[in-house]
Design a protein around this ligand. Structure first.
Ligand code: BG6
Ligand code: MG
Length: 217
């Protein structure tokens, strides 16, 4: 079936907020005396805030935390993260990224965001991309995060296209798995290139425009 729409992940594809996620979680981990490094951070890609906390707590040796304590930790992480996001500006998005999004829309493809983040709209506003997507599916409209396909299925629904008419662009293996479970084509960039389920692998975003399925709309 012909591809009619592209769904982009946000963190690690459009903007590089991974470092901020890492620094914010690292502050929480340090406070609790938990070992946390960049390798563990990879496992947090595409995963919701609360699930990320559970991954970090795997190395926690202290007394069992109550649900409200976990929520307080996740909120604290988000406050630190939002403070770091506050310094973002349009300069944090490359010309290449803006060009690729524009070119896909000029070719009449639907362009949506498919992100697990509840901060997605805030980030898009900070970097001046609020109008770059036809539809936004994010952490505020889902109950299950990647690798569950919900966020991408919602994006397809918002765009009014069938799942098999969508291609997902992802930097996380959890996102590639979610795309395949949704019945969509999966384009991997960055860390996701090691994921065997990926249909295409690209090194930079504008390579999407050369994939045959993006040639015409
Ligand atoms: C994803 C990130 O985009 O959003 C994850 O890859 C993050 O690392 C998730 O946990 C949720 O983000 P937020 O902004 O709602 O805490
Ligand atoms: Mg990502």
């Amino acid at each position: 079936m012909a591809i009619k729409a592209f769904i982009f992940d946000l963190d690690g594809v459009i903007v590089f907020t991974d470092r901020y996620h890492y620094l914010a979680w690292k502050a929480i981990a340090d406070e609790l005396g938990i070992y946390f490094d960049e390798t563990i951070n990879h496992r947090l890609r595409g995963v919701s805030r609360m699930e990320s906390l559970e991954i970090i707590l795997e190395k926690y040796g202290g007394p069992k935390l109550r649900e409200e304590q976990k929520e307080a930790l996740a909120e604290k992480k988000n406050r630190i993260y939002r403070e770091l996001l506050g310094g973002m500006s349009p300069e944090d998005v490359s010309e290449e990224t803006r060009y690729t999004l524009r070119a896909l829309r000029e070719r009449k493809f639907g362009v949506a965001l498919g992100s697990s983040s509840k901060n997605a709209k805030y980030i898009l506003k900070k970097v001046g991309l609020s109008d770059a997507f036809d539809k936004i599916s994010d952490g505020t409209n889902i109950t299950k995060s990647k690798p569950d396909p919900e966020v991408f299925l919602k994006a397809a629904e918002f765009l009014g296209v069938k799942p098999e008419e969508c291609a997902v662009v992802e930097d996380a293996c959890s996102g590639i798995e979610a795309a395949k479970r949704a019945g969509m084509a999966a384009v991997a960039i960055g860390d996701a290139c090691r994921c065997e389920l990926a249909d295409y692998r690209i090194e930079c975003l504008k390579e999407i425009l050369e994939i045959p399925m993006a040639a015409g709309g």
